[in-house]
Design a binder for this molecule. Structure first.
Ligand SMILES: NC(=O)c1ccc[n+]([C@@H]2O[C@H](COP(=O)([O-])OP(=O)(O)OC[C@H]3O[C@@H](n4cnc5c(N)ncnc54)[C@H](OP(=O)(O)O)[C@@H]3O)[C@@H](O)[C@H]2O)c1
Length: 315
């Protein structure tokens, strides 16, 4: 279709961007077509995207002019940063700025910025409920995204601030699957106490973003929060138990203990879970499930997601 508008997708070979690419390519009657952005157009993942029908172009978030070229002629751009590749909030902010300015220069008509809360609005740096990290942040990988909203708000390009949720895919990809404790029992471990954690299947992030683009100007210059379900640790453990047919318990460790776990970013994630637990009401309210379903009628529940992905985890 000649009249199809181009959506340029950052992170097209990754979870969020990849899910938007799939959502558009799987819609045979789409008014949109995909321009997948990657640093390497010859990688296996890029070749796969070409085979599926995407245009694939190279750009790097550190190189603004490469982004301008990749955005030129596109109607929309989906922008996301990759904190866990470098662990630097400063770099994340610079990359967000590069994307916002490139969107302006390229004449993008609608940009979706995948963001999260700047937790310092709720917990100022001098609040000692949780430690300050990297001198200026409470939750570096959230704060840097929230702080970067201003680049999109000030860019003059119609924008949507897309507040995503914890992806359930973390159970597969982020080492969060249930594990045996010292007592030989299986435990799901994260510090949310008895509070609800908004979660979503990564594939539904792209489908929701697609819904936002399809809605035209409805969500322009607005914030949209998305989630598939809001569940407590106990509720998730119960669903794990049902799907795997064995008892899995929720281990509600304290955030202070989680921060000491031996993996990179444990302090950042410990603070993140504490923030989500302490501000459960506001955090959940900003991620309405029924509104998400309007954007993405195929929105998965946690149980559906787990059943679809059962074989990907050894539990
Ligand atoms: N896990 C969660 O629960 C969760 C929830 C909310 C938000 N987030 C946020 O989501 C972000 C990660 O998104 P994701 O999960 O979609 O990432 P991902 O699956 O790890 O994908 C990483 C992608 O980033 C691209 N990339 C990395 N550096 C780049 C650069 N300098 N220029 C251009 N492309 C670059 C890579 O593409 P190529 O190698 O092909 O270039 C790769 O496909 C993080 O910032 C995280 O904080 C995560």
């Amino acid at each position: 279709m000649e009249s199809q508008k181009i959506i340029a997708v950052v992170g097209a070979t990754g979870a969020q961007g990849g899910s938007l690419v799939n959502a558009i390519l799987n819609d045979r009657k789409s008014n949109f077509k995909v321009r997948a952005i990657t640093r390497n157009a010859n990688s296996e993942k890029s070749m796969e995207l070409k085979r599926k029908g995407a245009e694939v172009v190279e750009a790097d978030l550190d190189d603004q002019q490469s982004l301008v070229k990749a955005f030129e002629g596109a109607y929309g751009a989906f922008c996301v940063t990759f904190f866990w590749e470098h662990f630097s909030p400063e770099k994340e902010k610079q990359q967000a700025k590069n994307m916002a300015e490139a969107a302006k220069e390229a004449g993008i008509k609608h940009v979706i910025w995948s963001t999260l809360e700047d937790t310092r609005k709720w917990i100022p740096l001098d609040d000692d409920r949780m430690p300050t990290l990297m001198n200026y942040y409470k939750v570096p990988h959230l704060d840097a995204k929230g702080e970067s909203n201003k680049y999109f708000e000030d860019s003059g390009v119609p924008y949507t601030l897309l507040h995503t949720s914890f992806y359930w895919d973390n159970f597969i990809n982020f080492g969060m699957a249930p594990q045996k404790g010292a007592d030989g029992e299986l435990y799901l471990t994260f510090p949310m106490a008895d509070k609800k954690l908004p979660g979503i299947a990564a594939e539904d992030i792209g489908k929701s973003a697609y819904g936002i683009f399809k809605a035209g100007d409805k969500y322009m210059n607005k914030s949209v929060g998305i989630a598939g379900e809001h569940l407590t640790g106990d509720q998730m453990a119960t669903t794990f138990s049902e799907v795997y047919g064995k008892k899995i318990r929720y281990n509600a460790v304290e955030p202070a203990v989680y921060r000491t776990f031996d993996f990179p970013g444990a302090d950042d994630l410990g603070n993140m879970f504490q923030f989500k637990a302490d501000f459960e009401g506001e955090y959940c309210k900003a991620r309405d499930v029924e509104n998400t379903r309007k954007l993405d009628p195929e929105l998965l529940s946690f149980k559906q997601w787990l059943q679809n992905n059962r074989e990907k985890m050894k539990v």
